[in-house]
Ligand binder design. Sequence first.
Ligand SMILES: [Zn+2]
Length: 369
Amino acid sequence: MKKTVILIQIVVIFLSGILYGQQKTENVFLITIDGLRWQELFTGAEKRLIDEEKNWVKDAQDVEAKFWRESPQERREALMPFFWRELVKHGIVYGNRHLESDVKVTNDILISYPGYAEILTGFSQNEITSNKGIQNPSTTILEFLKNELVLEEDKIAAFASWDVIQYIVSKEPGAIFCNAGFQPVYDEPLNETQQILNILQSEMPRMWKTVRYDAFTYYQGMEYLKKHKPRIFYFSFGETDDAAHDRRYDHVLEAAHRTDKYLMELWHFAQADTQYRNKTTFVITSDHGRGSGEADEWASHRKNIEGSDFIWIAVIGPDTPNKGELSKTATVYQKDIASTIAALFGLDFSKVAPDCGPPLPLALQASSE
Ligand SMILES: [Zn+2]
């Protein structure tokens, strides 16, 4: 009798897997690296920008020793060693324009809020034309997942370096736990690390008014992850963008390199935990591109700066084929990210966002290999 019941349960689970497209993914880590250009991700540091004369780096020799190599492959591995030597082996990355793989932003504002809104809502939000801290006008993939997966309050969270992210993560204010900018973490009872990080964050000199150092975002986020084991977690890093606006290419490279270390630690954390190991998909992307012209267009991004609409997307996880860096792909879009994340859970985001892009064509094809 007992055996029959178990058998029926197995059949039900199997059938529901077929019907609802159930995947292996049970957790998603979304990670954004603000304005990190596809050029740096795929080809590493750019020689022309390592320029003391222009004051874009303080010590060219030091920067070259750390990040300049002869081939693009060596350069990108010097910049983001974990991403290129390990992480991409477990999934795919779109966006190397030299290999005819383009990822485009569809909003035509090409600054941060419209980009994050497009990532999280699955389409271009016409009302969002600036970086002002107003509430997101549309339901986000985070809110959608919280409802569909019936997640408790602490099982979905966002940690962000930029303070405006708190308005972007949800349509309903406060629907998603978000610690952003210089907010202290409220997560009582705070452990010792959380307390120390709160104190340091409030007392350290600040480089930017609305963006904290990514180290605070990362280490506070990791404390939260260990404590609450959320199923959906969003890390939003910001230094790569602000350092570029400051025209400090050395700081951009250092920030990208540190973010790579955070990716490594996050990956190892996930692989050592039974909830996350082989059941977690990493989705890594950027909110906008930047210019690439002869002058200083690399430092900025907006409608009139050519190249600001090209980004990149990596999907790494158990449902994604191990194809690594992709070439000769049809163009995919920033607005495809939200529905891809939904599809990893066998869910259809177009239910709440009819205009959202489709799931990325390769992201869910591991099983067909
Ligand atoms: Zn920017």
